[in-house]
Design a protein around this ligand. Structure first.
Ligand code: GSH
Length: 230
């Protein structure tokens, strides 16, 4: 199998981390987003969205990180995507919550408009409005995540003892906020969870390039939220 990917990408890191931890035989093929390789015909013929990641499983092409994680976990019969109907439904619920709810407000209204010129809104007023929306909705969602989605006894989402694919997926989105200095100190359950995810054997390898990217942003005056963990 081949995964067309870029480790700076929030959508790619969960898939890469899961492949490494599940020992999935998958070659990572880098796609240079800065050079626009995602828009060149060789890539867009596989993924007409011109976005990473894309999986090629012996000619079966699959896009969308959430769908790729589910496919890989199912194909490898991995417990990170349990067979039990209700457990699986809970994991799907969490992945949808992150992907269609939290990420929209946090990524596309708070983090990305401050990092990438093509995400900046067209007027100062519209830009400030987006950031206000992003801050208020994201703060509400983080509080909800902290209060409701770690019922225990396990450290991971939905109370699992070991990470599921929802954890790989959600942790990449939550830690994206570190680029703009988001502090999670007021959310004890999220803080413990992110610490547990950072302690995973493949975290450092998966997140090394992202850490470099974060370091390159240090000292910039971002609009952010939250208290730094003490
Ligand atoms: N819903 C897609 C989102 C993929 C996505 O937005 N990828 C970004 C990187 S995080 C990308 O390829 N950006 C390149 C561009 O915008 O040209 C997924 O989960 O796979």
């Amino acid at each position: 199998m081949k995964l067309y990917t870029n480790p700076v990408s929030t959508a790619c890191r969960p898939v890469m981390q899961f492949c490494l931890e599940a020992n999935i035989d998958c070659e990572f093929i880098p796609v240079d987003l800065m050079k626009g390789e995602q828009r060149q015909a060789a890539y867009s013929s596989m993924n007409p969205n011109c976005l990473v990641p894309t999986l090629d499983d012996d000619g079966f092409i699959l896009t969308e990180s959430s769908a790729i994680l589910k496919y890989l976990a199912e194909k490898s019969n991995h417990p990170a995507y349990p067979k039990d109907l209700k457990q699986r439904a809970r994991i799907n619920e969490l992945m949808d919550w992150f992907n269609t709810g939290f990420y929209r407000d946090y990524g596309y209204n708070l983090v990305y408009p401050q990092l990438f010129p093509h995400h900046k809104r067209r007027s100062d007023e519209a830009h400030a409005g987006a950031l206000d929306w992003g801050k208020s909705k994201s703060a509400g969602a983080l509080a909800l995540l902290d209060a409701h989605y770690f019922p225990g006894p396990g450290l991971f989402l939905a109370g699992f003892d070991e990470p599921t694919i929802a954890d790989y997926f959600g942790a990449a989105i939550v830690t994206l906020g570190e680029c703009i200095g988001v502090g999670l100190g007021e959310y004890p359950n999220i803080t413990r969870w992110i610490e547990a995810m950072r302690a995973r054997p493949s975290w450092d390898e998966t997140y090394a390039i992202f850490e470099n990217f974060k370091a390159s942003l240090a000292g910039q005056p971002f609009e952010t939220l939250g208290a730094v963990a003490s």
